[in-house]
Every structure is written in C-alpha cells, then in structure tokens.
Design a protein around this ligand. Sequence first.
Ligand code: B12
Ligand code: SF4
Length: 410
Amino acid sequence: MKFIFVIPDMSWLYDYKSQFSLGILYLSSAIKDMNCEVEIFDSNANDINDIPKSDVYGFSSVFNTYDNCVELAKIIKNKFPDSNLILGGVHSTLYHEHIDDIFDSIFIGEAEDTIKEYITDKEKKKKYFQSSPVNIDLYMPDRSLLPDDFIRTPSIFTGGKTYDDNGSTSIMFTRGCSYNCSFCASPKIFNRRVRFRTVDSIVKEIKEIKETYNIKQFRIQDDTFTVKKSFVKELHDKLKPLNIFYRCSTRVNHVTKEMVEQLYNSGCREIGLGIEVADNEALKKINKQITIEQAEEAIRLLREYPIAIRCFFMVGLPVDSKQTMDNNINFIERNEIKNAVFGNFIPFPGTEMFLNKEKYNIKSIKKNTCMNLAKHIEFSPNIIRTDMSEEKHLEILKPFYEYLIKKEFI
Ligand code: B12
Ligand code: SF4
C-alpha cells in the first residue's frame, strides 16, 4: 500500500521547510513498520495536478491549513476517485464533528497506532479512528522521508546566530502539557498529561542525527519539557557529553537557578518564554497561572548565562484594555526586551475560549482570521467582544501596535 502525505499551502510561514511536521515523520515510521511505501508531495513547490497516483493521500491539519487541505483533497478526489483520503492532526483531533465529507477517514489524536489499524482494515470504510496516547518510546521520526533542505535549517537561533556550521533540526522530548491556559489547544489534545520519553531514547536519536546528518543544533519543539526537575537533571547529565546546542521553551514559573545552569551546560542557547500579556489580572483571566513577578525573576536568572531570551505575547485578546497595553510596554521597556514575538489571538476550535466564548467575553470569531502581525498587514483583532465594539477594541490596541512598529518588533 502506498501513502502520500500532501503538504498544503504554507506560503504564509516564514520558512515552511525548516520546521517540517514531526507528526508526519513519526507516522511515516509507523507506516513503514507495516511494509508500506510513504512519500510526501509538497504542494508549495509542485502543481497539485501533477500529484502521482497513490492508494492513500494523507493530510495533516491545523486550523490555519484546514481549508487548503479540503481544496487539495477535492482536486485529488476528482483525479483519483478510487483512492482514499485521510485527515489527521490537531484540527481533526479538536474539531472532528465538523470535518468535510471529502475525507474518507478522520483521525483523532496521535495516530502511530491507529494508522496501523487503518492499514490492516481491508474495507477502509471506517470513518473515525480515535487513538489512546501512544508509547512514545516505540517510535522515532523517519527523517529519511525528507530531502536535506527540509531536515536541515540554516539557523534556529535569533538573528541567524549559529554555534555550528552544519545547520539544525527539530526534535521532541515529551508530548503534552499539564497546564490549562484557556487560549491553548494543547490541554485539549493531550488531556493535560505530559509523557516523557526516556532520556536514553532521546540520546539515541540525537546520536543518530549527528552520525547521519552531522547536525548538532536542535530546536526542541516541546510545549514545556521543563515541568519535571528530575527529567531536566537527567537530560543535563546525558546531553552534556554530546556537545550539542539547542533552543527550547519553558514556563516562567519553572525557571530556577539550578535549572538554568543545567540547561546552559547541556547546550541551551535560546529559550522561549510565554508571557502572553504583562498584566496579572489579565493573566488570571486567561488561566496562564504565572505572574509578571515570576516572569521578571525568570528573565533575571536566565541573564546570568549567555542564553538568548525570546518572549511571546498575544494581542487581540478579550482581556485587552488600555491598562494591559500600557503594562506590556512598561514590561518590555523595564526588562529591556529586545527579542519578542507577537501573535494576533485566534480562539482555536476546541480550546477553552472557543468552547466557552461567553465566559471570555467573545461574541464571535471573524471569518478571515490572521495570526500574524506585521507592518504591511492592516491590524485587526480576530474576535468581536461582548463588552466592547470592534472600533473600541482596535482603539485600545492601536498605540501598542504603533509602539511595536516604532521599536521594529514587527
Ligand atoms: C512544533 C509546532 C510547530 C512548528 C512545527 C509545525 C508542524 N508542522 O508540525 C512550527 C513552529 C512550524 C509551527 C507552526 C505553526 N503552528 Co504550531 N505547534 C507546534 C507544537 C508545539 C508541536 C507540534 C508537534 O510536533 N507535535 C508532536 C507530533 C507528534 O504531533 P502532531 O503533529 O499533532 O501529529 C500527531 C497527530 O496529530 C496525528 N497526525 C498529524 N498529522 C496527521 C496526518 C494524518 C493523515 C494522520 C492519519 C494523523 C496525523 O498523528 C501524529 C503522530 O502522533 C504544537 C502544540 C502541540 N503540543 O501539539 C503547536 C500547534 C500545533 N501549532 C499551532 C499553530 C496555530 C501553528 C501556526 C498556525 C502558527 C503560525 N501563526 O504560524 C503554524 C502552522 C504551521 C503548520 N502548517 O503546521 C497550534 C494549532 C492550533 C489549532 N487548533 O490548529 C498548536 C496546537 C499550538 C497551540 N498550543 O495552540 N508549530
Ligand atoms: S500555553 Fe504553554 S503552558 Fe499553557 S497550556 Fe499551552 S503549552 Fe501549556
């Protein structure tokens, strides 16, 4: 049986090749275990009408790519009506009741095990494949599926900084997050459980990547692997001899002096911190479970080492006010933040904010949403609030947006 994973339009991403879906690579390993063939077809670089024949076409969806997956699926169905079309990924996991009928089967959750069930099912008539969490130590991503320029990114560190000339690649140590931020899809995908790979299997994967590709720089894609101190300690002990460099993310409330030292000594050179909004009341309302004081302490501790800090913020939230915007500016100035990413908030289907819109003062979500903030894009929040008009919300955001442009953050 032959599978082709179709990569939808990602032209809106800064460099779509550089962070290819590890999910598809994990699935490819599982499919090859069943002696099936796997290929990828990149619709960004090839005309979809030239796609070769396959038994199964697989699509991996997030909210932002779903519509294009449907469009591409329709073209393929027209060309090869006897082939099977399957959809998996975050969007099909969180929104499976609303998926277009063009897909013959829909996968909910992690699919390494259910794809095997799908392969052995001769009829291929089953609509939904719902998985339980898989044993993440049983699988390794199949990087051989990809051409070199998809595996190897020139740099993953801010400003194009590199610590080694052979590029970098993505890897994952854990799956899931134990927190419950109301804007985030992760708690709904993984039921707030974090599963840790054994450090030995992580070391094995890193050694294989070093041997096969000579890559020593890694982007750790985990939501927050720093939630468990003993894991960070064991990672430190076993990664240190490998002389690698990596970037990762953490929650600010997990940053301790000891942890920063361990991260640095095991190769961490950049860390992402989810600040979201620099206002304690607003943080409470979105259930982030951090305080601004914790954020400032984390930044202070990290600055004791040459670890670059990248702060993540969201604007266009239903908790935005003139005060939160002023507090954002004060926080950035006070802490001399030079490296930050700002996202325009979208309540993704399945998240707490999407499911309980009224509770979060969300009247509706606009049709054409846009997550990216940039000076050439006319800024507009993605939601209409119950407690203020769109004009008023925009009025609150405008000065902050202008500040971001002035300071060249966007
Ligand atoms: C790493 C990451 C990225 C990386 C790599 C993205 C990628 N293509 O994998 C980068 C930085 C590029 C990225 C970009 C974006 N991301 Co992102 N990202 C993540 C993160 C942290 C981990 C994803 C991951 O690797 N998971 C591990 C693998 C094993 O799981 P998986 O990919 O879900 O795949 C499994 C199953 O879903 C299923 N499956 C997946 N695909 C398919 C296909 C078929 C056919 C089948 C049968 C099964 C199947 O089986 C896989 C194996 O178990 C998640 C949060 C999270 N923890 O999931 C957010 C997340 C997926 N990202 C999100 C978003 C919004 C984006 C962006 C839109 C942001 C932006 N504005 O640019 C883009 C979209 C890019 C894209 N087309 O995917 C949201 C999606 C929300 C939603 N409801 O859609 C998430 C959930 C973050 C969040 N907490 O809300 N992201
Ligand atoms: S935003 Fe981060 S900490 Fe909050 S639930 Fe999502 S992954 Fe976890």
